[in-house]
Write a protein that binds this ligand. Structure first.
Ligand code: CMC
Length: 392
């Protein structure tokens, strides 16, 4: 058309209307269905917030109990999927394993065809119920340990912790502090409007691909280090600084150098040009959990020093780069006992209600169309085929 307007990385293009999540990136505001994230983190539970994100309103006691029961009763996965985990190499990264698990779940579910509300709701509850089971099995596989069956009598988060860290011979010892902190972290991740993985879920789903395959695609998108994979990258960065004894200032100088190709992981955000409100909440929990035992945590100290150095540095000030959600989460996940390659899996468990809500919102919108971006062609003009013998 001769029109040369384009928008790399969709930085300015709205592709949908949505009633789920509101973000004001300049003011550092995040709300799900109108409720401020600070209130939900303090007063809600992950399942209640998931209900809110999925269905639009906070549940009554009865609605929450039914939702909870529906989920508890679908936590077991088919034996053949459980067996499937045994074919992956030991130490496989649990993110691709999770995505394969979700795709496989679709093959074992009868609610994959059609977009009736009933089928989508059945698939919603199956996915909410089974994702933690798949995640724990991926983890057990990565460490070569036998898997455990879910325990209906436990809460969503307790059951996941037990399946991850318990064993047949050794019961998992629950800590209220850890259970609460994980619940809060999941709440903080429940939705974040049109980020890379959610846009992926919508784009794949816009072709009327089923919910399971669309969510599996979202998991793959989330794995990248510029997105959810940043939580793993932050911890690796802090470890690297500690192991090699690099000074914090030296590290900050390095990420400012455009030739280094390195970034301060856990810093910067496409939408927040202010402190990410999730990071502020997590920072408080990190302090409480990590200082709880001996008051001493070397990596937290490095993180705090990095934050201070960056927030006082012109490079970061001019570009409005602040800590994002991933800056402090890894420290807490590690303190809970998770290895670094499980961090992004925990993000995926938290983000699941958001992905599903966005997918369902899109399917329910009669104006929805298949996603199909355009391009500006910059290749060769028309030319004639050259026979093999005549090519130089
Ligand atoms: N360290 C150093 N410089 C940075 C950083 C950083 N973390 N983030 C952005 N910049 C610089 C970037 O080099 C550019 O500089 P210049 O204008 O001189 O070329 C400027 O800031 C703008 O950056 P951008 O890459 O154009 O910004 P973006 O909106 O495309 O990228 C981002 C956003 C989150 C990918 C990026 O800030 C980043 O790579 N951060 C580190 C990875 C990270 O923590 N990701 C988690 C994001 S939040 C949770 C999630 O999405 O899962």
């Amino acid at each position: 058309t001769g029109d040369t307007t384009f928008d790399i990385g969709f930085a300015n293009t709205a592709v949908c209307k949505s009633a789920i999540t509101y973000i004001d990136g300049d003011a550092g505001i995040l709300r799900y269905r109108g409720y401020p994230i600070e209130q939900l983190a303090e007063k809600s539970s992950f399942l209640e917030t998931a209900y809110l994100v999925l269905y639009g309103e906070l549940p009554t006691q009865e609605q929450l109990s039914t939702f909870n029961d529906d989920i508890s009763h679908h936590m077991v996965i088919d034996e053949r999927i459980r067996e499937m985990f045994r074919i992956f190499p030991r130490r496989s990264h649990p993110m691709p394993v999770l995505s394969v698990g979700v795709t496989a779940l679709g093959l074992f579910s009868e609610d994959t065809i059609g977009f009736t509300e009933e089928k989508l709701d059945a698939a919603t509850k199956r996915l909410m119920a089974k994702l933690p089971t798949l995640a724990a099995y991926g983890y057990k596989n990565s460490i070569g340990s036998p898997t455990l069956f879910p325990d209906y009598s436990l809460s969503y988060v307790e059951n996941f912790l037990r399946m991850s860290f318990g064993s047949v011979t050794r019961p998992y010892e629950f800590s209220d502090e850890v259970t609460k902190a994980l619940d809060v972290l999941l709440i903080l991740h429940a939705d974040h409007e049109q980020n890379c993985s959610t846009s992926t879920v919508r784009l794949v789903g816009s072709a009327q691909t089923n919910l399971y395959q669309s969510i599996a695609s979202g998991i793959n998108a989330l794995h990248g280090p510029l997105h959810g994979g940043a939580n793993q990258a932050v911890l690796e960065m802090l470890d690297d600084i500690a192991d090699r004894g690099i000074s914090v200032q030296e590290y900050v100088n390095r990420v400012k150098d455009k030739n280094s190709n390195e970034r301060l992981m856990g810093f910067g955000h496409r939408v927040y040009k202010n402190y990410d409100p999730r990071a502020a909440i997590i920072k408080k929990h990190a302090d409480a959990i990590l200082r709880g035992h001996d008051g001493n945590d070397k990596l937290l100290d490095i993180a705090l020093q990095l934050e201070e150095a960056a927030l006082n540095d012109d490079y970061f000030i001019q570009r409005k780069l602040y800590p994002n959600v991933d800056f402090y989460t890894g420290l807490i996940y590690r303190a809970m006992g998770f290895p670094t390659d499980m961090f992004t899996v925990l993000f995926a468990i938290g983000r699941l209600p958001g992905w599903i809500a966005q997918y369902r919102e899109m399917q329910a919108d009669p104006t929805n169309k298949i996603g199909r971006p355009r391009q500006i062609y910059v290749g060769e003009k028309e030319r004639n085929y050259v026979a093999m013998g005549e090519r130089s």
